[in-house]
Design a protein around this ligand. Sequence first.
Ligand SMILES: *Cc1c(COP(=O)(O)O)cnc(C)c1O
Length: 351
Amino acid sequence: MGYPKIRIDKAKYRQNIRKMKNLLAPANLSMMAVTKVYCAEAPLIEILNEEHIEFLADSRLDNLKTIETDALKVLLRLPSKSSIEETVRHSDISLNSEWTIIQKLNEAAEKMNKTHKIILMVDIGDLREGVYYSDDFEPLVQSIEALPHIELFGLGTNVTCYGGVLPTSETIGKLNGVVKKVERILGRKIEMVSGGNSSHIPFLSETISPINNLRIGEALVLGRETSYGTTLEGFFDDVFILEAEIIELKEKPSYPEGEIGMNAFGKKPFFKDEGQRKRAIIALGKQDVDHNEIMPCDSSLHPIGSSSDHIIVDVTDAQKQYEVGDILTFKLTYSSILSLMTSPYVGKVYE
Ligand SMILES: *Cc1c(COP(=O)(O)O)cnc(C)c1O
């Protein structure tokens, strides 16, 4: 297989899963392992199965469809009206906030002779999905309870997603209020209270939290929490490594020569004149990844720009004498793993 390719270290992924289980267990939290960043690829799903993760979660039905597991499958994005049947067919649990959709899920589940579990999303201020926490939950909860093929399995919330709101005690207190209210309406305990994502990790020790489940994606692939971006002790940040090949290596001026108009993307570019620089072109581009989201393992290298199929890397400060045909390696961010794993032009190698 040629380049570019992404190397995926299965042992490191497994280690991150085990470490995360060890973090969550003392706080009595179950885990939904979120698989969307790597398009739910089978070799990593296998590891989640071997590690006995109870819930596998993805935002896309196309991914859930391919997952082979005994775990419960969770659809993370609110179901679309146009994909109700597929939702019931390919997920055991879905996250919901719209009555019309929940009603349709009930009808589809009835046709398939199934009970579909839902997690009702509660917005506690981050302003993405969910019923706003101060709204009246009574009519909605009673109506859901009356649907014979829907089980109100849990309440869920999202933080640090759109609004960047942190899961502090004050914010979690709002969720706690809703949980109490809903349990009073139901006359029973709700089985799952699913808190946020990898941003919740620094707040595990917050007292009086009703949360008993977290949905974890980023921390498993990058070994970091996402409230402040700190690396978690004993986790790996290099489960995924990008490799790309140098196809040109030349010394050139850093300021373009001639009158400057628009670039290939319709923007007028800005350049700083830093004299003559040694520049490598690697064979991948905007179609695969944003060059600002890849970090060279050789820290003396600097990706400085890109077009559709070319990324230009400044190699002037490197100790190593690079040559055409050499392979450059990069650590990645959440968004670069996402785009590279989604690109059919990038090879995926599991080791
Ligand atoms: C993607 C997603 C997550 C996982 O978030 P991470 O920051 O990757 O841990 C959790 N919940 C929902 C609803 C998501 O869509």
